[in-house]
Design a protein around this ligand. Structure first.
Ligand code: GLU
Length: 417
């Protein structure tokens, strides 16, 4: 029988429903957590370089703020939808809870193609987005950050726009900013660094020698490229394959991640890297490696290819790369999946540090950031692993158990039901 295809958000609701029983979740709390608290849809008029005005559609979804202000990135993507943003907002709630930082979950997005826009157009769009949502965000209310196709420069423009509207310098409104305007040291590679810390824990648990491990990375943006460098540097592993939206490259002797990044910066893609063989994204996902890191977009490991995944560990640096059918298949085949909202929580953890530093106007050195990041990531991994072993469920369900229990406790104590 054909399975009714569900939206990403319905999948997330089903994941929550799946742990509600184990947690004996109160029906009222469960019902609140199934829906976002607020959704905002805005139209953003932008003067383009050719003099025309184009109107872009933007969103901000605020899922839950029981444990602290809403927190989550802003995506600029041509295929953006409210369903994706809604899903990612809910994941942020679970992500902040699983690493135990005092923030809730939110997410924003604008339907646009930044690759086809000039710097001036992007700046006007970034400022326009803040003009449209400023009343709903703020250092004590909702704190955005970078995500797919947004970056520190965009965060700087957004912070500037918000500060102008407020009439004072307000760096705590947004994170992932350049260091010169209130960013934190160590934010740039934080998502990947945090992910590598969870990989270290996972290999220890599975008795895998990291220095002999091979790694394939799908996606070579912020998360993927830093992951390649750090798997090489921190873990001593060999990165044999990487890819981006145009295709992948392979060299069984190992690639030099920094040189690959330089090649991508110069040519626009990792493909045709000297000394490597070009491969497809599908081939990369099915490669026999120790660790596979999906680091780009949603739904890349699906019911169609999951049975062919031969990695021993899948470290989900992207949000939502594995569909529920694929998840079951991987678990059944003994592949250890480090779920997205645990694996990629390093970014928001250092965002939290950035926010703390902005509010106190006192900035830490890089070692302090890294040490505290390692502490949060390791503790989160161990808490999730303990629930996974206790309830005999996969790491994703276990991560939900840890996160939902924490959010539910805050809601109950605040008297929301
Ligand atoms: N966009 C990142 C994520 O999905 C970071 C969010 C943040 O730093 O607030 O986790």
């Amino acid at each position: 029988m054909e399975r009714k295809s569900s939206t990403l958000f319905e999948t997330i609701q089903a994941q929550l429903d799946g742990v509600a029983g184990i947690l004996h979740l109160e029906p009222g709390i469960h019902a609140i957590l199934r829906e976002p608290m607020r959704e905002l849809a805005v139209s953003i008029p932008v003067r383009m370089d050719n003099g025309e005005t184009r109107v872009f559609k933007g969103f901000r979804v605020q899922h839950n703020n029981a444990r602290g202000p809403f927190k989550g990135g802003i995506r600029f993507h041509p295929d953006e939808t409210i369903d994706t943003i809604r899903s990612l907002a809910a994941w942020m709630t679970w992500k902040c809870a699983v690493v135990d930082i005092p923030l809730g979950g939110g997410k924003g997005g604008v339907i646009c193609n930044p690759k086809e826009m000039s710097a001036g157009e992007l700046e006007r769009l970034s400022r326009g987005y803040i003009d449209a949502i400023w009343e709903f965000i703020g250092p004590e209310r909702d704190i955005p950050a970078p995500d797919v196709y947004t970056n520190p420069q965009i965060m700087a423009w957004m912070m500037d726009e918000y500060s102008k509207l407020m009439g004072y310098y307000a760096p705590g409104v947004i994170t992932g900013k350049p260091v010169a305007v209130g960013g934190s040291l160590g934010r740039g590679d934080a998502t990947s660094r945090g992910g590598v810390y969870t990989v270290v824990e996972a290999t220890r648990h599975r008795g895998i020698d990291l220095s002999a491990a091979t790694v394939a990375i799908q996606g070579y943006g912020n998360a993927g490229s830093f992951a390649a460098v750090l798997m090489h540097e921190i873990a001593g592993s060999k990165v044999v394959a990487v890819s981006d939206s145009r295709g992948g490259i392979y060299n069984e002797q190992g690639l030099d991640p920094s040189k690959v990044l330089q090649h991508k910066t110069e040519t626009g893609s990792v493909i045709d890297f000297p000394g490597a063989e070009n491969i497809t994204n599908d081939e990369l996902l099915e490669m026999k490696v120790t660790i596979l890191c999906p680091s780009a977009l949603e739904n890349v490991i699906t019911g169609k290819n999951a049975s062919r995944v031969r990695a021993r560990i899948v470290a989900e640096l992207a949000n939502g790369p594995t569909t529920p059918e694929a998840d079951e298949e991987l678990y059944h085949n003994g592949v250890f999946v480090i779920p997205d909202f645990l694996c990629n929580a390093g970014g928001v953890t250092v965002s939290y540090f950035e926010w703390v530093q902005c509010l106190s106007r006192y900035y830490w050195d890089e070692d302090e950031v890294r040490e505290r990041l390692a502490g949060h990531m390791t503790a989160a991994f161990q808490a999730v692993l303990a629930e996974s072993l206790k309830h005999k469920v996969n790491m994703r369900a276990a991560a939900y158990i840890v996160a939902v229990a924490r959010v539910a406790e805050a809601m109950k104590l605040r008297g929301w039901t």
